[in-house]
Write a protein that binds this ligand. Structure first.
Ligand code: FMN
Length: 220
């Protein structure tokens, strides 16, 4: 299985507090290989893969096992539904997302089903499901790109989303294509090194902001 994983170009882009170190030593290849690509091939996603991606999402953990995630999915072959989903995506994303093989509207159920009180972890848990979904897709050579640049109200209206569900995002997915198919500006963006905050900025010790000696000692 071939992955398009983290590239190790260490050119600095100038963002404050961002690491130009792409060291991901010891991290599972599936995690480092996942990437939000923009160039998709026209290869279709078969039923088996499509099902397994959502099966992976289904097995995420969630507060009180509420499983607040819901999806409205369309593969390209389902032309009408694919187009309806595409219509909800902002132009800047649609320009490349239109070439994906599937689109997934992501929803979160806001309240617990049995207790009728707000589920403060609904978005958190949907994120866990998406994490699973993304890794399962990656294991199949399928790449996803989540988009917050969408028309939330349009999603609600077009797909008749009930009030008790929050519209979270739309995800585009497909097999990777050539960056050559992208407009020049986006092509350049695709080749930039990926940026991550350094661990010492993320993991504290004792109290908030206190550097953890393990991570400030230069593991990165
Ligand atoms: C909730 C969410 C919304 C996002 N919205 C957009 C978007 O509208 N357009 C876009 O190009 N990328 C979007 N992204 C992709 C992020 O920019 C991307 O995940 C980030 O740069 C890290 O890159 P990576 O996923 O390849 O590691 C979004 C990601 C998430 C998780």
């Amino acid at each position: 299985m071939s992955f398009r994983g983290i590239d190790n170009k260490n050119e600095f882009r100038g963002e404050q507090q961002m690491s130009n170190s792409n060291n991901a030593e010891g991290v599972h290849e599936l995690i480092t290989a996942r990437k939000s690509i923009r160039a998709f091939s026209d290869k279709a996603i078969d039923d088996k893969s499509f099902i397994s991606i959502f099966e992976a999402a289904r097995w995420a953990s969630s507060s009180r096992n509420e499983q607040p995630w819901r999806f409205i999915a369309a593969r390209k072959e389902e032309q009408e539904n694919f187009q309806r989903t595409l219509d909800c995506i902002n132009e800047s994303n649609r320009i490349w997302a239109q070439h994906g093989a599937m689109l997934i509207v992501v929803l979160a159920k806001k309240n617990f089903t049995t207790h009728a009180i707000p589920n403060n972890h609904a978005q958190h848990d949907v994120g866990l499901a998406i994490g699973n979904l993304a890794l399962q897709a990656t294991s199949l050579g399928i790449f996803l790109h989540q988009m917050g640049g969408i028309d939330y109200q349009k999603v609600r209206t077009i797909f008749e989303v009930p009030e008790e569900y929050e519209v979270i995002s739309i995800i585009v997915g497909g097999y990777p294509g050539s960056d050559e198919m992208l407009p020049e500006k986006l092509r350049e963006r695709e080749s930039l090194p990926r940026q991550r905050r350094e661990l010492k900025e993320l993991v504290f010790e004792g109290k908030f902001g206190n550097k953890n000696t393990v991570f400030s000692g230069g593991l990165e």
